[in-house]
Every structure is written in C-alpha cells, then in structure tokens.
Design a protein around this ligand. Sequence first.
Ligand SMILES: Cc1ncc(COP(=O)(O)O)c(C=O)c1O
Length: 414
Amino acid sequence: MTIEASDSARVDYSRVFTQAIDRLHAEGRYRVFIDILRNKGAFPNARCFAGHNGPKPVTVWCSNDYLAMGQHPKVIAAMEEALHDVGAGSGGTRNIGGNTHYHVDLEAELADLHGKEGALLFTSGYVSNEATLSTVAKILPGCIIYSDELNHASMIAGIRNAGCEKRVFRHNDLAHLEELLAADDPAMPKLIAFESVYSMEGDIAPIAAICDLADKYNALTYLDEVHAVGMYGPRGGGISEREDVAHRLTIIEGTLGKAFGVMGGYVAADQTIIDVIRSYAPGFIFTTSLSPVLVAGVLASVRHLKSSSVERDGQQAAAARMKAMLADAGLPVMQGETHIVPLMVGDPVKAKKISDVLLAEYGIYVQPINYPTVPRGTERLRFTPGPAHDEAMMRELTDALVEIWGRLELKKAA
Ligand SMILES: Cc1ncc(COP(=O)(O)O)c(C=O)c1O
C-alpha cells in the first residue's frame, strides 16, 4: 500500500526556493554576476557582455588579482609550457596518481616563503581554511578555538565543522581575547584563529601581541594571510614576514588565487602538523589535486614575487593615491593602512545602484559588497587599485563617483 500525503500536507519545494530568492530581492541583496573577459596584457581592461549589446570595454576596479600576476608573461609562459609538457589535469587525488612534481616543488617554495618546515596545497583558500581548522581541532580533544568576529566564512565553516568549543572575540580586541583565554581551563588545548589583513575593512591584526597572548596561555595560532601574501614583506611572505613574526605562528594559511594570480590555497607549518592535515583532512584527501598547469603558473608567480618588489610598490602607491583622491573629493573612503580602498555606502540598494550606474554609464566595474560579506548597514564599494591602475583611470573613477553621489543625494564624508 502506498501512502500519499494530502495536497495541503505536501511540501511545495518550488515555492520554498522561490521565497528564499524573493527575500534577497526584498532586502536589495540579490546577487547579479557580471559577464566579462579580461584582456590579457592590458589589465585592468576587460570586455563586458551584459546587456546583449556585444562586448563593451570596462575598467575593472574590484579584482583580487591584486598585482595582475594572472597576466604576467612568466606565469603565462610557465602554464603554456606545463600544458604542452604534461597535459591538462593531474589525474587523481594527491594519494592516488595526482601528486605531480609541480605540486612537490610548489610546497617546498611555499614552506620557504614562510620559513616553515612544510606546506600543503589545497584546491582553494576556502578549502584550506575549512579542512585545516576542522582537522586540527578534532585531533586535539577538548580544543577551544578563539576566533576574531570578522573572520572569513571559510574559517567559520572550519570551526563549526570541528564541532569544538568556540569563543568569538571582538575584532582585533586584545583585551577581550585575553579575557576569554583567561576564563578557560589552562589544561585545555587552545587555538587562536585570525587574519592579518581584513579584506573588507583594510585593517591589520596586531599579530605580535596575539602571539604574546598565545605564549602566555599556551595556545596555538592560525593566521589567514590570504589578503597579504605576495603583497607584503620583502619576499611576499605577508604581514607576518614584514613584521618578522612568521616563526611565532603555528600555521600560516594563504591563497594562490589573489596576489599570486592563479588558483588554489595552502597552509605552512611544522612538518608534524602538515603530516596530520595531509593524513586526516577529508578536504585534502578526497579530491582531485590542482591541475599541474595551475601549479606551474603559481610556481612562476611565487618565485617572481620573491625577488621583485616592483608590483608591491606600485600597488601601495596606487592605493595611497586613490585614497587621497577620494578623500579630497569629499567621498566617505575608509582610511586604512593597506591596499584595500572601501567606500562606505551603508545601504544595499544604494550600493547596487551606484555600481549599476558606474557600469552602464561610465564603463567602470566595481561590485557592491553586501551582507553577509559585511554586516548589514555597512554595505560598501570596495576598490582594489593595483600597479596597472593609472592616474587617468583614478581621475575618471573619482569624477564619476562625485557625479553619482550628487545625483543620488548621498552623504559626503563628515
Ligand atoms: C580572508 C579570506 N580567507 C580565505 C578566502 C578564500 O580564498 P580562496 O578564494 O582562495 O578560496 C578568502 C576569499 O576568497 C578570504 O577573503
């Protein structure tokens, strides 16, 4: 006998899904993806396919290919060579057939970049955070993780999947972190998880002071350097290299998809910890390894940025110039000490409107940043000027923003 639910008791799946999307529309934070192709060798110029008018030229202002390494001739050449030498894919997981010589070389290069005994590659920075945090905390029975309130979603996912105790400390607030550490049993394993550069605010964590607290309370440290590797430190080892504290951190995590311009993620740490993650983390074990073509490109990029500071210097100069121009124009630019240039709007509908007008009328592409990427009420535009953004592009952007600010009667800087 089959049992059928009456019509009123049947789940209307389609309605539930539609309502979920309707909620996003109602809050003004439904996401629309742009459809572009970047012009190789001419970054930040791209072609935009939206509107069905054929490709239209746009200037990209929100790329995380911060140093344009994704188009660097050495990176392209290394990828072409690898493609012709070994083909497209790795053919397997790291354990079964997919451990290529490129992977081995890149891990050695990344371990050296951070002065650590070992490094481990993942298919993205997201996966490296999720897999490592969840695995390390599971290996340490009773582990408590102390997490900065602005930590990235991938760290939060890792902490949640660890199933361990979690304490959230106020952003970069050492007193609050210490209060939480001091309140817990000294005998329990502890791990402090934080970022160096917070990518939506553009501020930097007090890494040395957090390491002092870690020493005092016998805690491990986990630093996400995703928005710093390649860009800070004499060899691109991140803020921890710049401030000479890499040796004090237990695990340093980074991405290969932003300043290094390609794709992938990694952690660097002592050999035993690397061995634990390699041996226990499902997100490392049960997935096809990165394509050797990508790894070859990253190798060229990491090696280049270890010895060249031209890109880093150009980026810092462009960011400082851009912040000064926006501030001079009376626009509410959030002043920070990093390469990130956020412009506060404080409303999701207005942030999207500004972005739409910039694209449609000025050929300027910047994505609005809404909840949950940033807290509600702090919606913003986030510009990432790099070495290839010149003075004329910055002037064009500033003038466009001033015009739109006036047109939409938005608040100027206080
Ligand atoms: C702080 C932070 N950590 C990790 C990630 C994930 O890195 P990936 O893009 O390589 O997955 C991101 C963003 O993408 C990030 O902003």
